[in-house]
Design a protein around this ligand. Structure first.
Ligand code: THU
Length: 136
């Protein structure tokens, strides 16, 4: 399936809203839920550095707030030569709501699609809700 251009545009637009005065590394993310709705987030840094949050975490929180429960497609937008793939913690956060075959599109700051992976490629042999007896 081709990458959802609206999802990528939402990630790029969210990136422009990032609060990143310390790293100056702006990131935007967008997730599409099971109903096709798009939810976006940006990184929000903090003077107490470890308290900053990633763009993906913001997008997930927006989805949960809106009543979404599953992620079917992800886009992340960031600048620079290196692909801005989700950090390890964000891969695990996405894992909570994504199947292994969910596409994760990596885009430039301008919303140009640079690469696509599945979450399973980014986080192989992962631990998730089904490992626990209690859960969704
Ligand atoms: N960042 C994200 O928002 N998502 C990622 O997956 C990678 C890193 C943010 C965190 C921090 O505000 C900045 O990028 C530099 O690490």
């Amino acid at each position: 399936m081709p990458a959802d251009r609206a999802l990528i545009a939402a990630a790029a637009a969210a990136r422009s809203k990032a609060y990143a005065p310390y790293s100056r590394f702006l990131v935007g993310a967008a997730v599409k839920d099971e109903a096709g709705r798009i939810h976006a987030g940006c990184n929000v840094e903090n003077a107490a550095y470890p308290q900053g949050t990633c763009a993906e975490a913001g997008a997930i929180a927006a989805m949960i707030l809106a009543g979404g429960s599953r992620i079917v497609e992800v886009a992340v937008a960031g600048a620079g030569d290196a692909l801005v793939t989700p950090c390890g913690g964000c891969r695990q956060k996405l894992r909570e709501f994504c199947a292994g075959d969910v596409p994760v599109h990596i885009c430039g700051e301008d919303g140009r699609l640079r690469a696509s992976f599945t979450l399973g490629e980014l986080l192989p042999q992962s631990f998730g809700p089904e490992h626990l007896e209690c859960g969704p």
